[in-house]
Design a protein around this ligand. Structure first.
Ligand code: ADP
Ligand code: MG
Length: 555
């Protein structure tokens, strides 16, 4: 049976081998097992149901949320010589009738429908007339309230499945791999002992980095200036931020598209198409942009702000390099991003359980921004896949050629302070106490009388707070859930306090440029900053550090 599947892959699609996971999923479907296929965006989910559809008798129904995408998929199948069609609200009544008629005669191997259609008795009656061996559900996370894109219309799938006389095999596909979502999908679809496949989350062609404390606009301008011919997406977390960044780019003469939920359908469509057809190279967008967009030559995805969780981050970052060529994924982090995400949770979620879940996921995202671990292995761990090696050599953690510094003393000071403060306060207040701040809250709680008050006064409050976040990311400390989380000690911290363990921290070497290029270089940087702040300055004048360094050397 698998031999036939490979032949179809080669003959119909012209690919020589299956990718990881595809073969197993196809095997299970062909053996009539309900299946959940969890694969990242661009991983190749479509083939996992299309090939079984070609091999099984009758018509496979594919449920998909995006009207524009259905047409693309069906066009692609036609070009491969496969009989397929779609039914959704973009068709006239007459056209819909005609397609339903042909479908009842079993004319199609694949029939794509929007979930709304499943409520229609006319559509339901189709399942009495033709054999439906398989129902494939694309973007299945839309079923789950825990997912990031819940769509009530997806719930229509449940009664639809129930009314089919011979229950078909059900195969659900998504790029969202959390346990809650998977559990929800399985439960709601009433899947019978499903096979769950999580595969291929590693995207070797993507380089990953997190940059903390950089000037974000400067970074973005610089990046665009150095990659003028490349297509890239810049994600920001709010509409306001998108608007502002777009305006700034415009002032610097960069043509950028823009996309967020505050724009009209028509504006969004135009903007999206301009980007798809390479009329503009840069797209500045909120997370509203991208689901189902198949632009293969996106070379970089910059996150101007930290997103709300790892699923969202990896899905968005994963839009780079879908053609297999190198893609660059950069997350520009600042502590303000944490506040923004908390604010968004408070604004949008009222259900207590859901809220606590969102906070938990946010903390995992924050930890990603502070971790010293290989970023790729961090992501794979999170999605439940084993990394081939603990270090990938293609992320900012692995490429950080810093020196390991023993910070046991500093860490111990922080741990004892947390202990003295009875594990009842947040990171900011802990940092203020260690710094010896006269802040009102410090004195109000009598924290200035603690023996740990002011014992780290040689560091800035920001440095201390940064260190606390790193210790959280490395699991010495934990942050409780909620809007006002408190810092607690974990067993690893106790081992350090007992003197059984050391805390080592990688400190990046001072950037070469700043260190050895001297005062002239510093002066050039100042001038650059003044230029960058002015209106109407074209981006090619905003030279990179290495160019300035070069100039400083020559002058
Ligand atoms: P997903 O739905 O998981 O985001 P797609 O099904 O759209 O991904 O596939 C992404 C791209 O990978 C498509 O261009 C597809 O043709 C290609 N692809 C899928 N399977 C293979 C394979 N075995 N070998 C080579 N290319 C493949
Ligand atoms: Mg897909």
């Amino acid at each position: 049976m698998l031999q036939q599947a490979v032949q179809l892959l080669q003959k119909v699609y012209g690919y020589s081998n299956f990718r990881t996971g595809q073969e197993d999923i196809i095997w299970d479907i062909l053996h009539k097992r309900d299946t959940v296929g969890i694969m990242p965006t661009g991983g190749g989910k479509s083939i996992c149901y299309q090939i079984p559809a070609l091999m099984l008798p009758g018509t496979t129904i594919v449920i998909s949320p995006l009207i524009s995408l259905m047409k693309d998929q069906v066009d692609a199948l036609h070009s491969l010589g496969v009989s397929a069609t779609y039914i959704n609200s973009s068709l006239s009544q007459a056209e819909t009738e005609e397609r339903l008629r042909l479908a009842s005669n079993g004319e199609y191997k694949l029939l794509y429908v929007a979930p709304e259609r499943l409520d229609s008795p006319r559509f339901q009656s189709l399942t009495y007339r033709v054999e439906v061996p398989l129902i494939a559900i694309d973007e299945a996370h839309c079923l789950s309230q825990w997912g990031h894109d819940f769509r009530p219309s997806y719930l229509s799938i449940v009664p639809f499945l129930r009314q089919i006389p011979d229950r078909p095999v059900v195969a659900a596909f998504t790029a969202t791999a959390t346990e809650e979502v998977t559990r929800d999908i399985v439960k709601l679809l009433g899947m019978d002992r499903p096979e769950i496949h999580v595969t291929g989350f590693n995207r070797e062609n993507l380089s990953l980095s997190v940059l903390r404390g950089v000037n974000k606009t400067e970074y973005v301008l610089n990046h665009i200036h150095h990659h003028p011919d490349q297509a890239g997406i810049i994600y920001a977390s709010t509409r306001k931020e998108v608007d502002e960044l777009c305006r700034l780019l415009e002032r610097k003469g960069v043509a950028a598209g823009k996309y967020h939920a505050g724009m009209s359908d028509e504006e969004r469509k135009q903007s999206q198409e301009a980007f798809l057809y390479d009329e503009v190279k840069v797209m500045v967008a909120t997370n509203a942009f991208g689901m189902g967009i198949d632009k293969s030559n996106v070379r970089y995805v910059i996150h101007y702000n930290m997103p709300k969780n790892m699923e969202a981050y990896y899905q968005e970052a994963g839009r780079a390099g879908r053609d297999g060529e190198p893609g660059e994924c950069v997350l520009l982090f600042s502590a303000q991003d944490i506040q923004t995400q908390k604010f968004l949770i408070e604004q949008s979620v009222s259900d207590a359980e859901r809220k606590s879940n969102d906070y938990k996921k946010l903390q995992t995202m924050i930890d990603y921004c502070y971790t010293q671990q290989c970023l790729r292995s961090y992501i794979l761990d999170y999605f439940g896949e084993e990394a081939a090696s603990p270090s990938c050599d293609n992320c900012s953690s692995c490429k950080n050629e810093g020196e390991l510094v023993d910070i046991t003393v500093e860490a111990s000071k922080i741990f004892s302070c947390v202990w003295r403060m009875k594990e009842r306060f947040g990171a900011t207040l802990v940092a203020q106490v260690l710094k010896g701040s006269r802040n009102k809250r410090v004195t109000q709680f009598g924290l200035d009388r603690l023996p740990t008050y002011g014992i780290m006064n040689s560091m800035t409050e920001k440095e201390i707070s940064d260190l606390i976040h790193k210790l959280i990311a490395e699991r010495y400390l934990a942050m409780s859930e909620g809007q006002y989380p408190v810092v607690r000690l974990l067993p690893k911290a106790a081992e350090v306090l007992k003197g059984n363990e050391k805390v080592l921290h990688k400190v990046p070497k001072a950037p070469k440029a700043a260190a050895d290029a001297g005062p002239l270089f510093q002066r050039l940087r100042e001038i650059r900053k003044q230029l960058a702040d002015q209106e109407g300055v074209p981006p090619y004048i905003i030279f990179s550090d290495s160019t300035l360094q070069d100039m400083a050397r020559r002058l």
